[in-house]
Design a protein. Structure first.
Length: 272
């Protein structure tokens, strides 16, 4: 999902994301960032080739579906940032604690107010797949905080990479304001240079005092994070199949949370 691989472009007709690898002579094959890149290649390949990803990149995304995706992100980041705050002084995670630069919850609140109004809290609910994801994040934060690294890195570095492409696609496809209402999730006001920040983040991650076994567990958890995202977006994919243009701005569609669980987060970028 992340970040020595940069999204290079999306063409006028919305071709699938392409990536260019950034060489870094300072990394070792045993560095956590390299282990993550190699250890999640298969997950990422499945991710970027799902129909949901391809459709989104081509601008085939209904506003209702985008709103529901924002809801899922709100619950996910609320859990993630609660656990990050809990572990901000824990040496297994503390070097990766960047609340001012990275935290997304307040940005997502702005997006939800834009889409749902001031009473947005009364109009949203956590889906079944999102709830499973949230439960896992809370478990990790409270019982295996070293694995929180996988969830934070997978989410935030993707937002700073491929997510920036999706922001532009969403603005164009949904005719959102150029003043960035509705896509505040993708706006990082306190990061002036995303590439430099990602390099800093990887360096901090590689400097964590972790043994080989713990690094392997973090890679495994990153793959698990991919799967949770795939399940969330499979729900959205199934909802999208039942939506009509006329029903787009209606109430929350009824959905049982079941179905094919192979879809992927649409803002994924390769790990590096």
């Amino acid at each position: 999902m992340l970040s020595a691989m940069e999204a290079s472009e999306v063409g006028e007709e919305g071709e699938i994301l392409r990536y260019e690898e950034t060489e870094d002579d300072n990394v070792s094959p045993t560095d956590l960032s390299e282990l993550l890149k190699e250890g999640t290649k298969e997950s990422h390949d499945r991710a970027e080739n799902t129909q949901f990803v391809k459709d989104f990149l081509k601008g085939r995304i209904k506003k209702k579906l985008f709103k529901l995706a924002t809801v899922a992100l709100y619950f996910t980041y609320s859990a993630l940032e609660e656990e990050m705050d809990r572990n901000k002084d824990n040496p297994v995670f503390a070097p990766l604690y960047f609340p001012v630069e990275l935290h997304r919850r307040e940005a997502l609140v702005k997006d939800l107010k834009y889409f749902y109004g001031e009473d947005w809290k009364e109009k949203i609910q956590c889906s079944e797949a999102t709830e499973h994801y949230v439960d896992r994040i809370h478990h990790v934060g409270q019982h295996e905080p070293e694995l929180l690294v996988a969830h934070a890195y997978t989410r935030y570095m993707g937002d700073l990479s491929g997510g920036q492409v999706l922001k532009k696609v969403a603005q164009r496809a949904l005719k959102l304001p150029s003043t960035e209402e509705g896509v505040q999730f993708y706006v990082f006001d306190n990061i002036s240079n995303a590439q430099q920040f990602k390099q800093l983040y990887r360096a901090r991650m590689n400097a964590l005092d972790l043994d080989k076994n713990t690094k392997e567990r973090i890679v495994e958890e990153a793959n698990r994070a991919f799967k949770f995202n795939m399940k969330v977006f499979d729900e959205l994919d199934e909802i999208g199949k039942s939506l009509t243009e006329e029903a787009e701005d209606g109430g929350l569609p009824v959905h049982d949370g079941k179905g094919d669980l192979r879809k992927c987060p649409y803002y994924a970028d390769k790990l590096g």
